[in-house]
Write a protein that binds this ligand. Sequence first.
Ligand SMILES: *Cc1c(COP(=O)(O)O)cnc(C)c1O
Length: 354
Amino acid sequence: MSAYQPLLVRYRDFLPMDAETPILSLGEGSTPLVHAPNLAKQIGVAELWLKCESMNPTGSFKDRGMVLAVAKAKQAGAKCIMCASTGNTSSSAAAYARRAGLTAIVALPAGNVSMSKMAQTLMYGAKLLPVDGNFDAAMRLVREITDKLPIALVNSANPIRLEGQTTGAYEIVDDLGFVPDGVCLPIGNAGNLPAYWTGFKRYQEAGKSKGLPRMLGFEAEGCNAIMRGVPIENPETIATAIRVGNPVSWKKAEAARDESKGIIDCVSDPEILAMWRDLANVEGVFCEPASAAGVAGLKKMVAAGRSDKNGKYVAILTGHGLKDADNAKKAVGEVPAAVKAEFGAVRGWLESHL
Ligand SMILES: *Cc1c(COP(=O)(O)O)cnc(C)c1O
């Protein structure tokens, strides 16, 4: 028998479940915590682990909150769920809606979502609503619709989603057997950072762990609203998953930063892209560009003396590399030309390539 336990079973005592909540599952949670000694050395920290949230069923951490949000919506009798998304929330909503027998409507900023994410969402049979505007415009629209019509909101503004996301923190403590000094992650709508923080606090209150990490969150430079203290009208970054100019959970993220004596800062697109390549090249872990922002930020903070180089860190890799095949293709450049399928030709090729 498989040792896997559905997320809603494994952490039932820490989630707002009751006897009637359906146990929905596609195999979410229990994601690998990969030790990354090479990258730790390169960044200049004592220890680094990568929490590979890419290994969730739809390829991102969004599944942790979505499984609970959709289970609760189903329990409440909803027939239809809706969200605005930069891509990953939509795939997750679409998959769990299908599993639960509900309809998902997803509003996407037209022309601003990776092809892979769009295709994935459509494969799950969601109703796609491309909105003529950016994520923030799509979000405003979805809030209004779910306020006025009998459709359940499953964006991270739905507090149930963040409850589900606290489970990432429990897993880190359960796997490591201790609380890391710092947890770094990218910031888009800023829900994941406070969700992890809540998780660490709750585990400690329950007597399951001792101590708390510093929360280190990183926006992309072209949409560093929290860092600058003003919404960004035209957010820009290659990392589409965090291209958000007016984060939904802004205040919660600031509170978590302050309580944890943490940091919210930003990284440039070149820094994100360089770390994205390093994660794959140095440790064999392929995430999407947004996920690399957290690790790039850690590197920047350590170099600036703002984060302890003797610390033990966990980086949350929020989504899978194949989620953004378009940018991966651009990053690697030309695909090599074909070689004749003949020993002599390949020997020549080896001589010039090794
Ligand atoms: C949603 C998402 C983020 C941003 O998370 P927030 O909770 O919105 O801050 C980062 N990376 C990936 C891959 C995502 O899908």
